[in-house]
Design a protein. Structure first.
Length: 83
């Protein structure tokens, strides 16, 4: 079995109001050295397959068709063997 570990984040040019709110909260808590906070998504998908090529292709399709908005987000993933 393989597991896809997927990271989806906003493109650098896209404003991140949630990240800005976290930065403001951190500053109010005294963490003044924090210059920027960006909020991302982390998703794990387990596959009942050991075929890396197929799982990689399916994960790519899932990211493109459902998990990431190509206009505002980028993504990358890694595959991990599960026991």
């Amino acid at each position: 079995m393989l597991k896809a570990k997927i990271f989806v984040q906003l493109k650098a040019s896209v404003l991140d109001p949630q990240g800005k709110a976290v930065s403001n909260s951190l500053h109010s808590l005294g963490y003044t050295a924090v210059s920027e906070t960006r909020i991302s998504k982390y998703i794990e998908i387990s596959f009942e397959s050991d075929d890396r090529a197929t799982v990689m292709q399916q994960t790519e399709e899932i990211c493109k068709n459902l998990l990431a908005n190509p206009n505002t987000e980028t993504y990358h993933f890694e595959l991990e063997q599960q026991n």
